[in-house]
Design a protein. Structure first.
Ligand code: NAP
Length: 503
């Protein structure tokens, strides 16, 4: 159970503590933030509402802890990360339980998220040892006009304090995808978890605590993003921000100082279906891509662009599969569970009603109870409908019928988002041309969009992000190149003995 066993010390009465200076603490604010269970719509947990002074303290500690951490041998940093990964995986049950309660993620998927996160930490430790254990050696005589008198040594150095802000939908996985690369690279880390998902994150942080990381190196500040977010992101001690979430990321980018940013933001991933596609494969991928975790995934299929000639057949196949989706509590592993909040459910409903008013075809009856929205496929959606462009982040999927591949590509490219997309066809040559034409960070051929496996590069174009994720890219983003140049008085060529006599 959450907050019990090895996790007892992270709880103060009914409020979870925050983590600073290697200790679990109660905020001096005397205030807490409620975490509402999306299924019951009742308060499930409470976390500390941290103050600006507490943020200042954490930043000060992070700055000083980083200096010694950067001098800790790489293999020792990796060893601690492996230890944290093992503790996390051993304690998957209480962490998964809190994911079920605070973000209504189906129980099985919640366990998968924790295990996947442990694997990601370990992979990052291994990859970090290789990437950071190597540098470059450059010789000056490759550039015109130079003799071989300069030896240039390059290596990667940490940035300092990394601020990590993950979203509610994968709070543990998207937190460790920032924490592990930051730490292996010699940075310190301040985590601001999403409010819905904070308790799962606090449990995860405790696994790092138990692994024995130095005091002050990792901290976790809780509180509403709208209240402490600006203070954190504009804090002068922060040397890098790794953020995953919605449009908030765009405003953070505008306010942040001259520091590297890793922004993984929203998406409107298109699924382009050609006439020769295997429609059974497409239908399964639309179900998996559009309705897993009730559509609350950045890489969910968010618009289907299907050739008119096969649209009727595809819609029938998808409808048949939608009818089989189970709807209900996450504890029972239902496919469709309550969306994260009432405001999210209201937003989704607004998109549905707009589509209704403008004449979309409802393949199922629209049904909602509290935050629970039944899966809905909307056919004959047109570009004048909001749902053709906006991200519902819920179990509602629009189908636009197209008369040419160009029409599909144009729709995809007219979006302000550019996260992922997918194309279904048996013609690999066409698939490559379409993939190249789509203005998105990734295109999947004959499969639904997906972020994983977690070591693949993952990036969004346009409003979908800045920088690239994936283990290697994150490590690189959280480091800077440092060079040392050795200057020789006379040119020296390997194996050239001629000059020795001149010494
Ligand atoms: P969100 O509302 O943007 O929140 C993301 C995080 O930002 C939360 O931790 C939130 O804290 C915090 N926050 C809010 N206001 C802030 C501020 N002013 N300064 C700093 N931090 C602030 O997003 P969400 O609803 O959690 O997640 C859904 C969105 O994430 C969707 O748009 C989805 O597409 C996107 N997403 C993208 C990716 C990707 O990799 N591209 C992956 C997953 C999700 P509070 O919870 O306390 O408000």
């Amino acid at each position: 159970m959450a907050g019990t066993g090895i996790f007892t010390e992270i709880l103060d009465g009914e409020v979870y503590k925050y983590y600073s200076d290697g200790e679990w603490k109660t905020s001096s604010s005397g205030k807490s933030v409620a975490i509402i269970n999306p299924s019951t719509r009742k308060t499930q947990y409470k976390v500390q509402a941290c103050t600006q002074e507490e943020v200042n303290k954490v930043m000060e500690l992070a700055k000083s802890a980083q200096k010694s951490w950067a001098k800790t041998p790489l293999w020792k940093r990796a060893e601690l990360l492996h230890k944290a990964a093992a503790i996390l995986k051993d304690n998957k049950t209480p962490i998964a339980e809190s994911l079920v309660k605070e973000i209504a993620k189906p129980a099985k998927d919640s366990v998968t998220e924790v295990v996947r996160s442990g694997d990601l930490i370990s992979y990052c430790a291994e990859e970090g040892v290789r990437i950071l254990g190597e540098g470059k050696f450059l010789l000056s005589d490759s550039f015109p006009g130079n003799e071989r008198t300069k030896y240039c040594l390059t290596s990667k150095i940490p940035l300092g304090v990394v601020l990590a802000i993950p979203p509610f939908n994968y709070p543990v996985n998207l937190a460790v995808s920032k924490i592990a690369p930051a730490l292996i690279a010699g940075n310190s880390l301040v985590l601001k978890p999403p409010t819905q998902g904070a308790v799962s994150c606090l449990h995860m942080v405790h696994c790092f605590h138990l692994a024995g990381f130095p005091k002050g190196l990792i901290s976790c500040i809780t509180g509403k993003g709208s209240e402490i977010g600006d203070f954190l992101t504009m804090h002068p001690a922060v040397n890098c921000i790794s953020f995953t979430g919605g449009d908030t990321g765009i405003s953070i980018s505008k306010k942040a100082g001259m520091i590297p940013l890793q922004m993984e933001l929203g998406g409107k991933d298109a699924c382009i279906v050609l006439e020769d596609a295997d429609l059974d494969l497409v239908a399964s991928n639309i179900i998996k891509g559009g309705f897993s975790y009730s559509g609350q995934r950045c890489t969910a299929v968010k618009v289907v662009l299907v050739m008119e000639s096969v649209a009727d057949e595809l819609v029938e196949k998808v409808k048949a599969k939608v009818a089989k989706l189970t709807v209900g509590p996450p504890e029972e592993n239902c496919d469709i569970t309550a969306v994260v909040s009432e405001s999210s459910a209201n937003f989704i409903e607004g998109l549905v009603m707009d589509a209704k008013d403008k004449g979309a075809t409802f393949c199922q009856e629209y049904k909602r109870e509290g935050n629970l929205i039944w899966p809905l496929l909307l056919d004959n959606v047109r570009p004048d409908m909001r749902i053709a462009w906006e991200e519902p982040f819920g179990p509602v999927l629009p189908v636009l019928r197209i008369n040419s591949v160009e029409e599909g590509i144009n729709h995809c490219n007219a979006s302000n988002f550019g996260l992922q997309g997918c194309v279904f066809t048996k013609d690999i040559n066409k698939a490559i041309l379409i993939s190249d034409a789509m203005e998105t960070g990734t295109v999947q051929i004959n499969s639904a969009p997906a972020r994983g496996p977690d070591h693949f590069p993952f990036q969004g174009l346009k409003d979908s992000g800045i920088g690239s994720q994936g283990v290697t890219n994150s490590i690189n983003l959280m480091t800077k190149v440092k060079t040392t140049v050795i200057n020789l008085p006379t040119p020296s060529y390997s194996m050239g003995h001629g000059f020795i006599s001149r010494l």
